[in-house]
Design a binder for this molecule. Structure first.
Ligand SMILES: Nc1nc2c(ncn2[C@@H]2O[C@H](COP(=O)(O)OP(=O)(O)O)[C@@H](O)[C@H]2O)c(=O)[nH]1
Ligand SMILES: [Mg+2]
Length: 363
C-alpha cells in the first residue's frame, strides 16, 4: 500500500515523513524545498506477527509494508499550471491513499504561504486543488470522447461520457469523488483515471508541543471535510515526534507518555491509515515464513488468496482458518485442530481481522 503525503509548503510534511520512516530527509524553513519526492517504506509493526513468529519459528517473519511518498508542497493554482506542479499531482495519482498534512504549529521562523495559520482554510486550498486536478482530466477526456463520438458509434464511449459527466457535476459542487456512490461497473470504467479525490484521505494536523491539550479543538476545525466518507483526522506533534524517534526506547516512551500519546508515531499512523483505507490484517503461517497481509475489510477468502498469488486464487480449494486469539489460547496449531478451533472455509468466507489462514489449492 502506498500513501502520498500532501499539503501546503512548510506544513511539516517532510517532518512527519521523517517521524514515521525514521529517515532524515531535508526539511526547510522558507521554501518549498527540493522538488524530488522523498520515498520511504516501513514495516507495519504488529505484535501479533511477533507472537506467531515465536510459535512457528519460521526462517523469517514478514511484515506488511507501507510506502510513503513525500512530495513538495502544493499551492493555489497548481492543478492548472500544467508544469512541475501538475507533475507533482501526477506523482500522487499512483498512491492508494493520501495523508494531508495541515499546519497548526506556531513558529515565526517558518513562513506560512498564506500569511497565517488557519487549519480549515489551508485544508480547503489543497483539497480544491485536488478537485481542480480531477476536473482538468475529466474535461480533457470528455472533449476527446465527444469528438470520437462524432466519428464512431460506441455504446461504451457513451457510457464513459455519462459517468464522466456525473463526476464532473459532483466535482463542480465541490463534492470529492470518494463521496459518490458508483456501481461496480462504473468504478471499473473510471479506475484507470486514478482520480485524486477518489482516494481515501487522512488529515494530519501538525501541532507544536506547546499546543498539547488542544488536539480536539484543532481537529474540530476540520469538521467539514471529515464528515465526508473515507476520511479521518488525527493530531501529530510532527517535529517533537521526529525527535522522539531518535531516542532510545525507554526515553522515547517517557516523552510519549508526557505528551499523552499511548504509542509512537508510526503505530498511530498505521492504525489511522488502515482505518481510512478500510483494510485489516490476516496472517499466513509456515516453516518458511510467517507473514502479515493487509486486505480490504469484507474481502473474502478467495480475495485473500489472490493477494498472495493468482495461482492460489485460481486453484483455491479451501482455507483452513483459526482466529489469532484462539490459536494463542490453544498454544499450538495441533491443539487448535484437536479442539476444533481450526475451521474449513470456502471461497466466499469473509476474512476477519487476525485470521490465521492456510490455503489449500491445486494448479
Ligand atoms: N515548531 C514546530 N516547527 C515545525 C513542526 N513541524 C515542522 N516544523 C518546522 O517547519 C519547517 C517546515 O517543515 P517541513 O517538514 O520541511 O515542511 P514541508 O515543506 O511541508 O515538508 C521546518 O523548519 C520544521 O522544523 C512542529 O510541529 N513544530
Ligand atoms: Mg518537504
Amino acid at each position: 500500500m502506498k500513501l502520498g503525503i500532501i499539503g501546503l509548503p512548510l506544513a511539516g510534511k517532510t517532518t512527519i515523513f521523517n517521524a514515521i520512516t525514521q529517515l532524515k530527509a531535508e526539511t526547510s524553513d522558507y521554501g518549498p524545498g527540493k522538488r524530488m519526492p522523498n520515498m520511504g517504506a516501513v514495516k507495519v509493526p504488529d505484535a501479533r506477527l511477533d507472537r506467531l513468529a515465536e510459535m512457528f519459528a519460521p526462517r523469517k517473519p514478514v511484515h506488511a509494508t507501507l510506502e510513503f511518498l513525500d512530495i513538495a508542497g502544493l499551492s493555489r493554482g497548481d492543478s492548472t499550471r500544467g508544469d512541475t506542479e501538475a507533475q507533482l499531482l501526477a506523482r500522487i495519482r499512483e498512491a492508494d491513499g493520501l495523508i494531508h498534512v495541515i499546519r497548526a504549529f506556531e513558529n515565526e521562523n517558518v513562513l506560512h504561504p498564506e500569511g497565517s495559520n488557519n487549519v480549515a482554510r489551508d485544508a480547503g486550498i489543497v483539497d480544491d486543488e485536488l478537485i481542480l486536478a480531477d476536473l482538468a482530466i475529466i474535461e480533457k477526456r470528455l472533449e476527446r470522447v465527444e469528438s470520437d463520438l462524432k466519428k464512431i458509434k460506441s455504446a461504451e464511449l457513451v457510457k464513459e461520457q455519462e459517468i464522466l459527466r456525473s463526476c464532473q457535476v459532483s466535482l463542480e459542487e465541490e463534492k470529492p469523488l470518494r463521496n459518490v456512490d458508483f456501481d461496480k461497473n462504473d468504478l471499473r470504467v473510471i479506475s484507470g483515471y486514478c482520480f485524486l479525490t477518489q482516494k481515501p484521505e487522512l488529515y494530519v494536523v501538525n501541532l507544536g508541543e506547546e499546543q498539547k491539550g488542544k488536539e480536539d479543538e484543532l481537529l474540530s476545525l476540520l469538521k467539514g471535510p471529515i464528515e465526508n466518507r473515507k476520511t479521518r483526522a488525527a493530531a501529530f506533534f510532527g517535529r517533537l515526534e521526529a525527535e522522539i524517534g531518535e531516542l532510545d526506547e525507554e526515553d522515547a516512551r517517557a516523552f510519549l507518555e508526557d505528551l499523552g500519546l499511548s504509542e509512537p508515531s508510526l503505530e498511530r499512523l498505521v492504525q489511522e491509515a488502515y482505518a481510512v483505507m478500510g483494510v485489516h490484517t490476516f496472517f499466513t503461517i509456515g516453516d518458511d515464513e510467517v507473514r502479515a497481509w493487509a486486505i480490504p475489510i469484507a474481502a473474502c477468502a478467495v480475495d485473500a488468496a489472490g493477494e498472495i498469488h493468482s495461482d492460489i486464487e485460481r486453484g483455491f480449494i479451501r482455507a483452513e482458518v483459526v482466529a489469532f486469539d484462539e490459536l494463542m489460547e490453544c498454544g499450538s496449531l495441533a491443539k487448535a485442530k484437536s479442539e476444533a478451533k481450526l475451521r474449513l472455509e470456502g471461497k466466499g468466507y469473509e476474512v476477519q481481522d487476525g485470521d490465521v489462514i492456510q490455503f489449500r489449492f491445486s494448479v
